[in-house]
Design a binder for this molecule. Structure first.
Ligand code: GLT
Ligand code: MN
Ligand code: MN
Length: 386
């Protein structure tokens, strides 16, 4: 019941299971794994897909011959295992050239280099079968606002995404973009810090239909926000092109914990939402194992992400079938035909009738809202007490 299946579309980045455990205070704790070895590990644990940055696979200084050999060997591992590449992206943050950003760098040579790197990353992603291309602008930001005009930065950001959209169209690629927000880290303040900000920005682009979002649970939590609400807004806008599932303590650095490891309730309501609306895109775990983990424990981490998703999916089914919850919800959500006749689309007749309607707010305020009982029942369902 909790075994991952290809139709669950569970994917991991090369950078996630391959994470060597370096942090700002300490050296790597795990041996690096080759991309081919990671593909085999993912197949072993039952994943469906692998995502990558250009340089997770092809080193930034590889010759064209080396690139072709690496890609050939990687494709062979994909063929052998049946693992697919649903998403690709560009590393615009590791090399020192991007220390002041890529698309928003103050140096036009860096901005142009970033575009070149993205076009090559897009070519690579398409060659591997990716249908989604993510942009995470971790270095697009400032430590001091003396350094950049934020409006000019947005203009540069927009021009870059427009340029690359036109490149995709020009090449005839079947590829959509997904913008991933994060409030801070590595920059002091990153531009377009939340999924909501990204959704607003997308509407200012030349090809908004090609561009959606890749919300990450940990990133919204870093900003103290409700991830489910961000995802719901993205879904409502038709923009949930991809999703990064993980976990995170609020108000911390980017922890990228195993999905379901920390905020059980948030994870549950998120899975329930994705299942209820019928989201059928990749379920990408953008997380990494604790720094204490060895290779076996990394597998436990990867299996844990998928298993937790499936447990929450089963809990969502139980939620829908639980008589106590459904009875409480029926009571809470009971309609009122007269009041409903005032709602919905405007008409001047309706407005006049509504203005004259004698409401009794004191009476309305007495309606029971047993949210305590409801929440307790949900908690007991999650904890296995019912
Ligand atoms: C980096 C970041 C992630 C992004 C990846 C895509 S890279 O690991 O922390 O949230 O999704 O660029
Ligand atoms: Mn993260
Ligand atoms: Mn992410």
């Amino acid at each position: 019941m909790y075994e991952p299946k290809p139709e669950d579309k569970f994917s991991f980045g090369l950078w996630t299971v391959g994470n060597v455990g370096r942090d700002p205070f300490g050296e790597p704790v795990r041996e690096p794994m080759s991309p081919v070895a990671i593909v085999h590990l993912l197949a072993e644990v039952g994943a469906w897909g692998v995502n990558l940055h250009d340089n997770d696979l092809v080193p930034i200084d590889a010759t064209p011959q080396e690139r072709d050999r690496i890609v050939r060997e990687f494709k062979q591992a994909l063929d052998e295992t049946g693992i697919v590449v649903p998403m690709a992206t560009t590393n615009l943050f590791t090399h020192p050239v991007f220390r002041d950003g890529a698309f928003t760098s103050n140096d036009p040579r860096v901005r142009a280099y970033a575009l070149q790197k993205c076009m090559q990353g897009i070519d690579l992603g398409v060659e591997l079968g990716a249908k989604t291309f993510v942009f995470w602008g971790g270095r697009e930001g400032t430590e001091t606002d003396a350094s950049k005009d934020p409006q000019e930065a947005l203009k540069r950001y927009r021009e870059a995404i427009n340029f690359l959209s036109d490149y995709v169209l020009d090449q005839g690629y079947d590829l959509r973009f997904a913008l991933e927000a994060k409030p801070n880290e590595p920059r002091g303040d990153i531009f377009l810090p939340t999924t909501g900000a990204m959704l607003g920005f997308i509407q200012t682009l030349d090809h908004p239909e090609m561009v959606g979002v890749n919300p990450e649970m940990a990133h919204e939590h870093m900003a103290g926000l409700n991830f489910l609400h961000a995802v719901a807004q993205a879904w409502d806008a038709g923009k949930l092109f991809h999703i990064d599932l993980n976990d995170q303590n609020f108000a911390r650095y980017d922890q990228d914990f195993r999905f379901g490891s920390h905020n059980l309730k948030q994870a549950f309501f998120l899975v329930k939402f994705l299942e209820d609306v019928g989201y059928d895109g990749p379920r990408h775990f953008d997380a990494h194992a604790y720094r204490t983990a060895d290779r076996e424990d990394v597998k436990a981490f990867a299996r844990g992400c998928m298993r937790s998703y499936l447990v929450f999916r089963e809990k969502a089914r139980q939620f829908r079938e639980d008589p106590v919850i459904q009875e409480l919800l029926a009571e809470i959500r009971a309609g009122d035909p007269e009041a409903e006749s005032f709602l919905g689309a405007y008409s001047s007749q309706k407005a006049q009738a509504l203005k004259q309607h004698p409401f009794q707010p004191d009476e309305l305020a007495k309606r029971p809202l047993p949210y305590e009982a409801l929440d307790q029942r949900v908690m007991e369902l999650l904890l296995g007490a019912v």
